[in-house]
Design a protein around this ligand. Structure first.
Ligand code: FAD
Length: 523
Protein backbone atom coordinates (compact mmCIF):
# COMPACT_ATOMS: atom_id res chain seq x y z
CA UNK A 1 0.00 0.00 0.00
CA UNK A 2 1.19 3.49 -0.71
CA UNK A 3 0.26 6.71 0.96
CA UNK A 4 0.53 10.21 -0.33
CA UNK A 5 -1.08 12.98 1.63
CA UNK A 6 -3.26 15.42 -0.19
CA UNK A 7 -1.97 18.92 -0.32
CA UNK A 8 -4.62 21.27 1.09
CA UNK A 9 -3.19 24.36 -0.58
CA UNK A 10 -3.92 27.86 0.65
CA UNK A 11 -5.11 29.08 -2.72
CA UNK A 12 -6.84 27.18 -5.49
CA UNK A 13 -3.65 26.25 -7.27
CA UNK A 14 -4.65 24.66 -10.54
CA UNK A 15 -2.86 26.22 -13.46
CA UNK A 16 -4.82 28.16 -16.01
CA UNK A 17 -5.61 26.21 -19.15
CA UNK A 18 -3.35 27.99 -21.62
CA UNK A 19 0.18 27.37 -20.35
CA UNK A 20 -0.31 24.23 -18.39
CA UNK A 21 1.77 21.18 -19.29
CA UNK A 22 2.75 19.50 -16.03
CA UNK A 23 5.43 16.86 -16.19
CA UNK A 24 3.86 14.61 -13.64
CA UNK A 25 0.62 14.05 -11.83
CA UNK A 26 0.40 16.44 -8.95
CA UNK A 27 -2.46 16.26 -6.52
CA UNK A 28 -3.35 19.72 -5.40
CA UNK A 29 -6.89 20.09 -4.20
CA UNK A 30 -9.10 23.14 -3.57
CA UNK A 31 -8.23 24.96 -0.35
CA UNK A 32 -9.90 23.50 2.71
CA UNK A 33 -12.86 25.39 4.13
CA UNK A 34 -11.88 25.65 7.81
CA UNK A 35 -15.31 26.97 8.83
CA UNK A 36 -16.89 23.70 7.61
CA UNK A 37 -14.29 21.64 9.47
CA UNK A 38 -14.99 23.60 12.67
CA UNK A 39 -18.74 22.88 12.31
CA UNK A 40 -18.20 19.11 12.01
CA UNK A 41 -20.04 18.15 15.21
CA UNK A 42 -23.08 20.32 14.38
CA UNK A 43 -23.18 19.01 10.81
CA UNK A 44 -23.08 15.43 12.11
CA UNK A 45 -26.02 16.14 14.44
CA UNK A 46 -28.03 17.79 11.66
CA UNK A 47 -27.37 14.89 9.26
CA UNK A 48 -28.36 12.34 11.93
CA UNK A 49 -31.76 14.03 12.06
CA UNK A 50 -32.13 13.32 8.33
CA UNK A 51 -30.79 9.75 8.02
CA UNK A 52 -30.79 8.39 11.57
CA UNK A 53 -27.99 7.86 14.05
CA UNK A 54 -26.34 4.77 12.54
CA UNK A 55 -26.11 6.24 9.06
CA UNK A 56 -23.62 8.97 9.94
CA UNK A 57 -20.08 7.70 10.54
CA UNK A 58 -18.25 10.17 12.68
CA UNK A 59 -15.37 8.56 14.59
CA UNK A 60 -11.94 8.36 13.00
CA UNK A 61 -11.96 4.56 13.04
CA UNK A 62 -15.28 4.52 11.15
CA UNK A 63 -14.12 7.06 8.57
CA UNK A 64 -10.64 5.59 8.01
CA UNK A 65 -11.78 2.74 5.66
CA UNK A 66 -13.18 5.40 3.30
CA UNK A 67 -10.01 7.50 3.05
CA UNK A 68 -9.14 6.39 -0.47
CA UNK A 69 -10.48 4.50 -3.48
CA UNK A 70 -8.82 2.17 -6.02
CA UNK A 71 -6.13 4.83 -6.62
CA UNK A 72 -4.75 4.07 -3.19
CA UNK A 73 -1.73 6.35 -3.50
CA UNK A 74 -3.89 9.29 -2.43
CA UNK A 75 -5.76 9.56 0.84
CA UNK A 76 -7.79 12.03 2.86
CA UNK A 77 -10.09 11.48 5.82
CA UNK A 78 -13.64 12.56 4.93
CA UNK A 79 -15.36 15.15 7.13
CA UNK A 80 -18.16 12.61 7.76
CA UNK A 81 -19.46 9.54 5.98
CA UNK A 82 -23.22 9.53 5.37
CA UNK A 83 -25.03 6.39 4.19
CA UNK A 84 -28.61 7.24 3.18
CA UNK A 85 -31.21 4.65 2.23
CA UNK A 86 -33.68 6.60 0.11
CA UNK A 87 -33.79 9.23 -2.61
CA UNK A 88 -35.74 11.49 -0.24
CA UNK A 89 -32.90 11.31 2.27
CA UNK A 90 -30.34 12.16 -0.42
CA UNK A 91 -32.52 15.12 -1.47
CA UNK A 92 -32.61 16.37 2.14
CA UNK A 93 -28.85 15.87 2.60
CA UNK A 94 -28.00 17.77 -0.58
CA UNK A 95 -30.52 20.53 0.20
CA UNK A 96 -28.95 20.88 3.65
CA UNK A 97 -25.39 20.90 2.24
CA UNK A 98 -26.37 23.46 -0.39
CA UNK A 99 -27.90 25.81 2.18
CA UNK A 100 -24.93 25.42 4.50
CA UNK A 101 -22.24 25.45 1.79
CA UNK A 102 -20.85 22.00 2.56
CA UNK A 103 -19.08 20.07 -0.19
CA UNK A 104 -20.19 16.56 -1.12
CA UNK A 105 -18.24 13.65 -2.63
CA UNK A 106 -20.49 10.82 -3.93
CA UNK A 107 -19.20 7.26 -3.54
CA UNK A 108 -20.34 3.82 -4.64
CA UNK A 109 -17.95 0.98 -3.71
CA UNK A 110 -14.77 3.03 -4.04
CA UNK A 111 -13.17 0.92 -6.80
CA UNK A 112 -12.42 3.92 -9.02
CA UNK A 113 -8.88 3.71 -10.33
CA UNK A 114 -8.68 7.42 -11.13
CA UNK A 115 -9.39 8.84 -7.66
CA UNK A 116 -12.96 9.93 -8.47
CA UNK A 117 -14.21 8.94 -5.02
CA UNK A 118 -11.22 10.38 -3.15
CA UNK A 119 -12.66 12.16 -0.08
CA UNK A 120 -11.94 15.75 0.94
CA UNK A 121 -11.41 16.73 4.54
CA UNK A 122 -14.01 19.50 4.30
CA UNK A 123 -16.62 17.43 2.39
CA UNK A 124 -19.07 14.78 3.44
CA UNK A 125 -18.68 11.45 1.69
CA UNK A 126 -22.12 10.40 0.48
CA UNK A 127 -22.08 6.60 0.09
CA UNK A 128 -24.78 4.64 -1.72
CA UNK A 129 -23.91 1.24 -0.18
CA UNK A 130 -27.28 1.02 1.60
CA UNK A 131 -29.23 1.73 -1.56
CA UNK A 132 -28.65 -1.72 -3.02
CA UNK A 133 -32.11 -2.96 -4.02
CA UNK A 134 -33.25 -4.12 -7.43
CA UNK A 135 -36.59 -2.30 -7.52
CA UNK A 136 -38.20 -3.92 -10.56
CA UNK A 137 -37.49 -6.46 -13.28
CA UNK A 138 -39.69 -6.04 -16.33
CA UNK A 139 -38.84 -9.07 -18.51
CA UNK A 140 -41.40 -8.13 -21.20
CA UNK A 141 -39.74 -4.83 -21.81
CA UNK A 142 -36.28 -6.10 -20.85
CA UNK A 143 -35.73 -3.39 -18.28
CA UNK A 144 -34.55 -3.45 -14.68
CA UNK A 145 -34.90 -0.50 -12.34
CA UNK A 146 -32.16 -0.50 -9.70
CA UNK A 147 -30.84 1.61 -6.88
CA UNK A 148 -27.35 3.08 -7.37
CA UNK A 149 -25.62 0.93 -4.74
CA UNK A 150 -26.44 -2.42 -6.42
CA UNK A 151 -23.20 -4.23 -7.32
CA UNK A 152 -23.09 -4.67 -11.10
CA UNK A 153 -23.03 -8.51 -11.01
CA UNK A 154 -26.25 -8.64 -8.96
CA UNK A 155 -28.28 -7.37 -11.91
CA UNK A 156 -27.29 -10.30 -14.10
CA UNK A 157 -27.71 -12.72 -11.19
CA UNK A 158 -31.26 -11.42 -10.68
CA UNK A 159 -32.32 -11.97 -14.30
CA UNK A 160 -30.24 -15.00 -15.32
CA UNK A 161 -33.15 -17.41 -14.79
CA UNK A 162 -35.10 -15.37 -17.38
CA UNK A 163 -32.36 -15.91 -19.97
CA UNK A 164 -31.33 -12.27 -19.66
CA UNK A 165 -28.23 -10.41 -18.52
CA UNK A 166 -26.86 -6.90 -17.95
CA UNK A 167 -24.07 -6.62 -20.51
CA UNK A 168 -21.58 -4.02 -19.19
CA UNK A 169 -19.13 -6.13 -17.20
CA UNK A 170 -16.20 -4.26 -15.67
CA UNK A 171 -13.65 -6.65 -14.19
CA UNK A 172 -14.62 -5.13 -10.81
CA UNK A 173 -18.26 -6.12 -11.34
CA UNK A 174 -18.50 -8.22 -8.15
CA UNK A 175 -18.04 -5.04 -6.11
CA UNK A 176 -18.46 -1.92 -8.27
CA UNK A 177 -21.94 -0.41 -8.14
CA UNK A 178 -24.24 0.41 -11.04
CA UNK A 179 -24.27 4.04 -9.79
CA UNK A 180 -20.46 4.12 -9.95
CA UNK A 181 -20.57 2.49 -13.41
CA UNK A 182 -22.95 5.22 -14.59
CA UNK A 183 -20.76 7.96 -13.12
CA UNK A 184 -17.68 6.51 -14.87
CA UNK A 185 -19.44 5.23 -18.02
CA UNK A 186 -17.69 1.96 -17.33
CA UNK A 187 -16.70 -0.61 -19.90
CA UNK A 188 -15.68 -4.26 -19.63
CA UNK A 189 -14.69 -7.35 -21.56
CA UNK A 190 -17.96 -7.60 -23.50
CA UNK A 191 -18.25 -3.90 -24.30
CA UNK A 192 -16.37 -4.39 -27.59
CA UNK A 193 -19.45 -5.98 -29.13
CA UNK A 194 -22.24 -4.75 -26.86
CA UNK A 195 -21.23 -1.20 -25.93
CA UNK A 196 -20.40 0.52 -22.65
CA UNK A 197 -22.70 1.61 -19.80
CA UNK A 198 -24.21 4.52 -21.75
CA UNK A 199 -25.53 2.04 -24.34
CA UNK A 200 -27.43 0.16 -21.64
CA UNK A 201 -29.03 2.92 -19.57
CA UNK A 202 -32.40 4.21 -20.61
CA UNK A 203 -33.50 6.26 -17.62
CA UNK A 204 -32.10 7.99 -14.57
CA UNK A 205 -33.33 9.61 -11.42
CA UNK A 206 -30.84 12.02 -9.87
CA UNK A 207 -30.69 14.63 -7.15
CA UNK A 208 -29.21 18.05 -7.89
CA UNK A 209 -26.98 19.86 -5.40
CA UNK A 210 -30.01 22.00 -4.51
CA UNK A 211 -31.85 18.89 -3.31
CA UNK A 212 -34.25 18.90 -6.27
CA UNK A 213 -34.99 15.51 -7.86
CA UNK A 214 -34.86 15.17 -11.64
CA UNK A 215 -35.98 12.28 -13.88
CA UNK A 216 -34.45 11.69 -17.29
CA UNK A 217 -35.57 9.21 -19.94
CA UNK A 218 -37.37 6.19 -18.62
CA UNK A 219 -38.16 2.58 -19.23
CA UNK A 220 -39.07 3.09 -22.87
CA UNK A 221 -36.94 6.04 -23.79
CA UNK A 222 -33.41 6.88 -24.66
CA UNK A 223 -33.19 10.47 -25.70
CA UNK A 224 -36.65 11.04 -27.12
CA UNK A 225 -37.20 13.49 -29.96
CA UNK A 226 -37.42 17.04 -28.71
CA UNK A 227 -35.59 16.24 -25.49
CA UNK A 228 -31.96 17.11 -24.83
CA UNK A 229 -30.11 13.88 -24.14
CA UNK A 230 -29.37 14.68 -20.50
CA UNK A 231 -28.76 11.03 -19.68
CA UNK A 232 -25.66 11.19 -21.87
CA UNK A 233 -24.58 14.30 -19.98
CA UNK A 234 -24.91 12.62 -16.59
CA UNK A 235 -23.39 9.30 -17.67
CA UNK A 236 -19.64 9.67 -17.25
CA UNK A 237 -19.92 12.91 -15.26
CA UNK A 238 -17.96 11.39 -12.34
CA UNK A 239 -20.22 12.72 -9.58
CA UNK A 240 -19.70 16.36 -10.61
CA UNK A 241 -23.23 17.14 -11.77
CA UNK A 242 -25.73 15.26 -9.61
CA UNK A 243 -26.11 12.20 -7.40
CA UNK A 244 -27.72 9.35 -9.32
CA UNK A 245 -30.40 7.69 -7.19
CA UNK A 246 -32.12 5.26 -9.58
CA UNK A 247 -31.16 3.69 -12.88
CA UNK A 248 -33.28 1.94 -15.52
CA UNK A 249 -31.01 -0.46 -17.40
CA UNK A 250 -31.60 -2.45 -20.55
CA UNK A 251 -31.45 -6.22 -20.21
CA UNK A 252 -30.06 -8.30 -23.06
CA UNK A 253 -30.88 -11.91 -23.94
CA UNK A 254 -27.92 -14.08 -22.97
CA UNK A 255 -26.18 -15.32 -26.12
CA UNK A 256 -27.08 -19.04 -26.52
CA UNK A 257 -23.48 -20.08 -27.16
CA UNK A 258 -20.12 -18.51 -26.29
CA UNK A 259 -16.70 -19.99 -27.05
CA UNK A 260 -13.19 -18.75 -26.50
CA UNK A 261 -10.16 -19.13 -28.69
CA UNK A 262 -6.91 -18.52 -26.81
CA UNK A 263 -3.98 -17.58 -29.05
CA UNK A 264 -0.43 -17.59 -27.67
CA UNK A 265 2.17 -15.60 -29.67
CA UNK A 266 5.97 -15.63 -29.66
CA UNK A 267 6.11 -11.84 -29.53
CA UNK A 268 4.06 -8.89 -28.31
CA UNK A 269 4.42 -7.42 -31.80
CA UNK A 270 2.70 -10.46 -33.41
CA UNK A 271 -0.13 -10.38 -30.85
CA UNK A 272 -0.74 -6.67 -31.26
CA UNK A 273 -0.69 -6.83 -35.07
CA UNK A 274 -3.14 -9.70 -34.86
CA UNK A 275 -5.65 -7.48 -33.00
CA UNK A 276 -5.74 -4.97 -35.87
CA UNK A 277 -5.96 -7.81 -38.40
CA UNK A 278 -8.89 -9.43 -36.62
CA UNK A 279 -10.92 -6.25 -36.31
CA UNK A 280 -10.16 -5.24 -39.90
CA UNK A 281 -11.43 -8.64 -41.08
CA UNK A 282 -14.95 -7.60 -40.02
CA UNK A 283 -15.27 -10.11 -37.21
CA UNK A 284 -16.68 -8.51 -34.04
CA UNK A 285 -15.64 -10.66 -31.10
CA UNK A 286 -17.67 -10.46 -27.90
CA UNK A 287 -14.35 -9.77 -26.18
CA UNK A 288 -10.71 -9.54 -27.25
CA UNK A 289 -8.25 -9.35 -24.36
CA UNK A 290 -4.46 -9.12 -24.27
CA UNK A 291 -2.01 -10.35 -21.60
CA UNK A 292 1.77 -10.14 -21.80
CA UNK A 293 4.40 -12.54 -20.41
CA UNK A 294 4.71 -10.66 -17.08
CA UNK A 295 0.99 -11.08 -16.47
CA UNK A 296 1.13 -14.72 -17.57
CA UNK A 297 3.94 -15.27 -15.03
CA UNK A 298 2.00 -13.50 -12.26
CA UNK A 299 -1.06 -15.61 -13.02
CA UNK A 300 1.11 -18.77 -13.08
CA UNK A 301 2.22 -18.00 -9.54
CA UNK A 302 -1.44 -18.29 -8.51
CA UNK A 303 -2.89 -20.92 -10.85
CA UNK A 304 0.17 -22.81 -12.06
CA UNK A 305 1.76 -22.58 -15.51
CA UNK A 306 -1.00 -22.29 -18.14
CA UNK A 307 1.04 -21.60 -21.27
CA UNK A 308 4.35 -22.85 -22.77
CA UNK A 309 7.45 -20.70 -22.17
CA UNK A 310 7.77 -19.55 -25.78
CA UNK A 311 4.43 -17.72 -25.47
CA UNK A 312 5.17 -14.02 -24.87
CA UNK A 313 1.62 -12.70 -25.23
CA UNK A 314 -1.91 -14.12 -25.17
CA UNK A 315 -5.04 -12.98 -26.97
CA UNK A 316 -8.32 -14.28 -25.58
CA UNK A 317 -10.98 -13.96 -28.23
CA UNK A 318 -14.58 -14.75 -27.27
CA UNK A 319 -17.22 -15.31 -29.94
CA UNK A 320 -20.91 -15.60 -29.18
CA UNK A 321 -24.24 -16.10 -30.94
CA UNK A 322 -26.10 -19.14 -32.18
CA UNK A 323 -24.09 -22.36 -32.47
CA UNK A 324 -23.54 -22.45 -36.21
CA UNK A 325 -22.51 -18.79 -36.23
CA UNK A 326 -20.01 -19.30 -33.39
CA UNK A 327 -18.53 -22.41 -35.04
CA UNK A 328 -18.07 -20.51 -38.29
CA UNK A 329 -16.50 -17.51 -36.53
CA UNK A 330 -14.10 -19.70 -34.57
CA UNK A 331 -12.98 -21.28 -37.84
CA UNK A 332 -12.55 -17.87 -39.47
CA UNK A 333 -10.53 -16.53 -36.53
CA UNK A 334 -8.34 -19.65 -36.60
CA UNK A 335 -7.69 -19.23 -40.34
CA UNK A 336 -7.19 -15.49 -40.23
CA UNK A 337 -4.72 -15.54 -37.34
CA UNK A 338 -2.45 -18.19 -38.94
CA UNK A 339 -0.54 -15.38 -40.69
CA UNK A 340 0.69 -14.25 -37.24
CA UNK A 341 2.03 -17.75 -36.51
CA UNK A 342 0.60 -18.37 -33.03
CA UNK A 343 2.69 -20.80 -30.98
CA UNK A 344 -0.38 -22.09 -29.14
CA UNK A 345 -4.07 -22.25 -30.06
CA UNK A 346 -6.70 -23.52 -27.63
CA UNK A 347 -10.42 -23.52 -28.27
CA UNK A 348 -13.04 -24.09 -25.58
CA UNK A 349 -15.45 -26.95 -26.26
CA UNK A 350 -17.64 -26.50 -23.19
CA UNK A 351 -18.61 -23.78 -20.74
CA UNK A 352 -16.26 -25.33 -18.19
CA UNK A 353 -13.32 -25.07 -20.64
CA UNK A 354 -14.32 -21.53 -21.49
CA UNK A 355 -14.30 -20.60 -17.79
CA UNK A 356 -10.87 -22.20 -17.48
CA UNK A 357 -9.45 -20.13 -20.34
CA UNK A 358 -10.89 -16.93 -18.80
CA UNK A 359 -9.63 -17.74 -15.31
CA UNK A 360 -6.16 -16.35 -15.88
CA UNK A 361 -7.58 -13.06 -17.18
CA UNK A 362 -9.98 -12.77 -14.26
CA UNK A 363 -7.30 -13.11 -11.60
CA UNK A 364 -4.72 -11.07 -13.53
CA UNK A 365 -4.97 -7.75 -11.65
CA UNK A 366 -4.94 -9.47 -8.25
CA UNK A 367 -2.02 -11.66 -9.32
CA UNK A 368 0.19 -8.62 -9.90
CA UNK A 369 0.54 -8.37 -6.13
CA UNK A 370 2.62 -11.57 -6.36
CA UNK A 371 5.31 -9.93 -8.46
CA UNK A 372 5.30 -6.27 -7.40
CA UNK A 373 4.94 -4.39 -4.18
CA UNK A 374 2.91 -1.58 -5.80
CA UNK A 375 1.05 -1.33 -9.08
CA UNK A 376 -0.25 1.80 -10.79
CA UNK A 377 -2.89 0.87 -13.40
CA UNK A 378 -3.11 3.43 -16.21
CA UNK A 379 -5.89 3.64 -18.79
CA UNK A 380 -5.59 5.29 -22.19
CA UNK A 381 -7.11 4.51 -25.56
CA UNK A 382 -5.50 4.47 -28.98
CA UNK A 383 -6.70 3.69 -32.51
CA UNK A 384 -6.25 -0.10 -32.76
CA UNK A 385 -3.85 0.15 -35.68
CA UNK A 386 -1.46 2.01 -33.34
CA UNK A 387 -1.31 -0.87 -30.87
CA UNK A 388 2.16 -2.12 -31.94
CA UNK A 389 3.53 1.45 -31.81
CA UNK A 390 2.14 2.31 -28.37
CA UNK A 391 3.45 -0.94 -26.93
CA UNK A 392 6.90 -0.12 -28.34
CA UNK A 393 6.71 3.34 -26.75
CA UNK A 394 5.63 1.94 -23.37
CA UNK A 395 8.58 -0.43 -23.50
CA UNK A 396 11.02 2.34 -24.29
CA UNK A 397 9.55 4.60 -21.54
CA UNK A 398 9.98 1.71 -19.12
CA UNK A 399 13.70 1.65 -19.93
CA UNK A 400 13.97 5.45 -19.53
CA UNK A 401 12.31 5.38 -16.13
CA UNK A 402 13.95 2.17 -14.96
CA UNK A 403 10.59 0.74 -13.93
CA UNK A 404 9.03 -2.56 -15.01
CA UNK A 405 5.51 -2.76 -16.40
CA UNK A 406 2.95 -5.39 -17.35
CA UNK A 407 0.12 -5.31 -19.89
CA UNK A 408 -3.36 -6.75 -19.56
CA UNK A 409 -6.08 -4.88 -21.42
CA UNK A 410 -9.17 -4.69 -23.61
CA UNK A 411 -7.27 -4.99 -26.91
CA UNK A 412 -10.34 -5.03 -29.14
CA UNK A 413 -11.32 -1.54 -27.95
CA UNK A 414 -7.77 -0.21 -28.13
CA UNK A 415 -8.15 0.42 -24.38
CA UNK A 416 -4.75 -0.03 -22.73
CA UNK A 417 -4.04 -0.65 -19.07
CA UNK A 418 -0.26 -0.67 -18.75
CA UNK A 419 0.48 -1.49 -15.12
CA UNK A 420 3.53 0.32 -13.80
CA UNK A 421 5.32 -1.76 -11.16
CA UNK A 422 7.11 0.13 -8.42
CA UNK A 423 8.03 0.08 -4.77
CA UNK A 424 6.61 2.94 -2.72
CA UNK A 425 9.14 2.20 0.01
CA UNK A 426 11.92 3.33 -2.36
CA UNK A 427 12.31 7.10 -2.28
CA UNK A 428 11.29 8.64 -5.60
CA UNK A 429 9.69 5.47 -7.02
CA UNK A 430 6.10 6.75 -6.74
CA UNK A 431 7.03 10.01 -8.47
CA UNK A 432 8.71 8.01 -11.25
CA UNK A 433 5.62 5.80 -11.59
CA UNK A 434 3.37 8.87 -11.85
CA UNK A 435 5.62 10.44 -14.49
CA UNK A 436 5.82 7.15 -16.44
CA UNK A 437 2.02 6.83 -16.35
CA UNK A 438 1.54 10.43 -17.49
CA UNK A 439 3.97 9.90 -20.40
CA UNK A 440 2.03 6.79 -21.47
CA UNK A 441 -1.18 8.82 -21.54
CA UNK A 442 0.49 11.63 -23.49
CA UNK A 443 1.75 9.04 -25.98
CA UNK A 444 -1.85 7.78 -26.39
CA UNK A 445 -3.00 11.31 -27.26
CA UNK A 446 -0.01 11.81 -29.59
CA UNK A 447 -1.03 8.67 -31.48
CA UNK A 448 -4.57 9.96 -32.03
CA UNK A 449 -6.13 8.40 -28.92
CA UNK A 450 -7.58 9.76 -25.70
CA UNK A 451 -6.57 10.01 -22.04
CA UNK A 452 -9.17 7.62 -20.68
CA UNK A 453 -10.77 4.43 -21.91
CA UNK A 454 -13.04 3.58 -19.03
CA UNK A 455 -11.54 4.54 -15.66
CA UNK A 456 -12.45 8.22 -15.94
CA UNK A 457 -10.36 11.31 -15.25
CA UNK A 458 -10.82 11.86 -11.51
CA UNK A 459 -7.65 13.33 -10.06
CA UNK A 460 -5.35 10.93 -11.91
CA UNK A 461 -5.69 12.54 -15.35
CA UNK A 462 -7.08 15.92 -14.31
CA UNK A 463 -3.88 17.84 -14.92
CA UNK A 464 -3.39 16.16 -18.29
CA UNK A 465 -6.78 17.33 -19.61
CA UNK A 466 -5.12 20.30 -21.28
CA UNK A 467 -2.92 17.90 -23.23
CA UNK A 468 -6.00 16.46 -24.98
CA UNK A 469 -8.46 19.36 -24.97
CA UNK A 470 -8.11 22.94 -26.17
CA UNK A 471 -9.26 25.74 -23.84
CA UNK A 472 -12.55 26.16 -25.70
CA UNK A 473 -13.27 22.39 -25.56
CA UNK A 474 -12.71 22.37 -21.82
CA UNK A 475 -14.63 25.52 -21.05
CA UNK A 476 -17.71 24.26 -22.96
CA UNK A 477 -17.63 21.16 -20.73
CA UNK A 478 -17.25 23.37 -17.69
CA UNK A 479 -20.30 25.45 -18.61
CA UNK A 480 -22.29 22.24 -18.19
CA UNK A 481 -20.84 21.96 -14.69
CA UNK A 482 -21.98 25.55 -14.12
CA UNK A 483 -25.50 24.69 -15.23
CA UNK A 484 -25.75 21.93 -12.62
CA UNK A 485 -23.48 23.06 -9.80
CA UNK A 486 -22.25 26.65 -10.22
CA UNK A 487 -20.70 26.84 -6.75
CA UNK A 488 -18.63 23.67 -7.30
CA UNK A 489 -19.95 21.85 -4.26
CA UNK A 490 -20.20 18.38 -5.86
CA UNK A 491 -16.93 16.45 -6.06
CA UNK A 492 -14.74 19.57 -6.33
CA UNK A 493 -11.17 19.33 -7.54
CA UNK A 494 -11.91 16.35 -9.80
CA UNK A 495 -11.79 16.12 -13.62
CA UNK A 496 -11.12 19.81 -14.46
CA UNK A 497 -7.69 21.40 -13.89
CA UNK A 498 -9.22 24.85 -13.34
CA UNK A 499 -12.29 26.35 -11.68
CA UNK A 500 -15.35 26.09 -13.86
CA UNK A 501 -16.11 28.94 -16.24
CA UNK A 502 -18.85 30.65 -14.27
CA UNK A 503 -16.66 31.01 -11.21
CA UNK A 504 -13.73 32.27 -13.31
CA UNK A 505 -15.56 34.76 -15.47
CA UNK A 506 -18.71 35.56 -13.51
CA UNK A 507 -20.63 35.04 -16.74
CA UNK A 508 -23.17 32.69 -15.26
CA UNK A 509 -25.28 33.16 -12.12
CA UNK A 510 -23.64 31.84 -8.96
CA UNK A 511 -26.88 30.73 -7.39
CA UNK A 512 -26.21 32.89 -4.34
CA UNK A 513 -29.88 33.59 -3.79
CA UNK A 514 -29.91 35.91 -6.81
CA UNK A 515 -32.95 35.96 -9.11
CA UNK A 516 -31.75 33.52 -11.72
CA UNK A 517 -30.74 35.06 -15.04
CA UNK A 518 -31.98 38.48 -13.93
CA UNK A 519 -31.74 40.85 -16.84
CA UNK A 520 -31.62 38.10 -19.45
CA UNK A 521 -34.44 38.75 -21.94
CA UNK A 522 -37.11 36.00 -21.98
CA UNK A 523 -38.37 34.47 -25.19
C1 FAD B 1 -9.64 -4.71 -10.07
C2 FAD B 1 -10.39 -3.63 -10.79
C3 FAD B 1 -10.82 -3.86 -12.08
C4 FAD B 1 -11.52 -2.86 -12.77
N1 FAD B 1 -11.95 -3.14 -14.03
C5 FAD B 1 -12.66 -2.20 -14.70
C6 FAD B 1 -13.15 -2.49 -16.02
O1 FAD B 1 -12.97 -3.58 -16.57
N2 FAD B 1 -13.84 -1.52 -16.64
C7 FAD B 1 -14.07 -0.29 -16.05
O2 FAD B 1 -14.72 0.55 -16.68
N3 FAD B 1 -13.62 0.00 -14.82
C8 FAD B 1 -12.94 -0.91 -14.12
N4 FAD B 1 -12.47 -0.63 -12.87
C9 FAD B 1 -12.71 0.71 -12.29
C10 FAD B 1 -13.98 0.84 -11.40
O3 FAD B 1 -14.36 -0.41 -10.88
C11 FAD B 1 -15.16 1.48 -12.15
O4 FAD B 1 -14.85 2.82 -12.46
C12 FAD B 1 -16.49 1.43 -11.40
O5 FAD B 1 -17.52 1.88 -12.23
C13 FAD B 1 -16.52 2.26 -10.12
O6 FAD B 1 -17.68 1.90 -9.38
P1 FAD B 1 -17.77 2.17 -7.81
O7 FAD B 1 -19.11 1.78 -7.34
O8 FAD B 1 -16.64 1.54 -7.11
O9 FAD B 1 -17.65 3.77 -7.78
P2 FAD B 1 -16.68 4.66 -6.90
O10 FAD B 1 -15.29 4.28 -7.10
O11 FAD B 1 -17.20 4.73 -5.52
O12 FAD B 1 -16.94 6.08 -7.57
C14 FAD B 1 -16.52 6.32 -8.89
C15 FAD B 1 -17.00 7.71 -9.31
O13 FAD B 1 -18.40 7.72 -9.41
C16 FAD B 1 -18.98 8.73 -8.57
N5 FAD B 1 -20.23 8.14 -8.08
C17 FAD B 1 -20.38 6.94 -7.46
N6 FAD B 1 -21.69 6.72 -7.23
C18 FAD B 1 -22.36 7.79 -7.70
C19 FAD B 1 -23.75 8.15 -7.76
N7 FAD B 1 -24.71 7.38 -7.29
N8 FAD B 1 -24.08 9.35 -8.34
C20 FAD B 1 -23.13 10.16 -8.83
N9 FAD B 1 -21.82 9.88 -8.81
C21 FAD B 1 -21.45 8.70 -8.26
C22 FAD B 1 -17.92 9.02 -7.54
O14 FAD B 1 -18.02 10.34 -7.04
C23 FAD B 1 -16.64 8.82 -8.34
O15 FAD B 1 -16.35 9.98 -9.07
C24 FAD B 1 -11.77 -1.60 -12.16
C25 FAD B 1 -11.35 -1.37 -10.85
C26 FAD B 1 -10.66 -2.37 -10.17
C27 FAD B 1 -10.23 -2.09 -8.75
Amino acid sequence: MIVRNIEGASAFPFAETKNFAPRKLTVKMPPLDQSTIERRATIAEDLRRIVGKESVLDSESERRPYESDGLAAYRALPLLVVLPQTTAQIASILGYCHTNRIKVVPRGSGTSLSGGALPLEDAILLGTARMSRILEVDAHNRIARVQPGVPNIKVTEAVKSLGLCYMPDPSSQAIATVGGNVAENSGGVHCLKYGVTSNHVCGLEAVLITGEIIRIGGAFMGAADGEFDLASVLIGSEGLLAVVTEISVRLTPEPPVARVISLGFRSVEDASRCVGGLIASGIVPAGLEFMDRRVIDAVASMLGELHPPEVQAILLCELDGIEIEVDTLIERVGEMTKQFSPAEVRISKSDAERELLWRGRKVAFGAMGKIARDVYVTDGTIPRAQLPEILRRVDSLSKNYGLEYANCFHAGDGNLHPMVLFDSAKPGDLEKAEAFGADILRACVDLGGVLSGEHGVGIEKRDLMTYQFRAIDLSQQQYLKCAFDPQEMLNPGKVFPTHCGCVRTGRLPTGNGDPRFAGVPRF
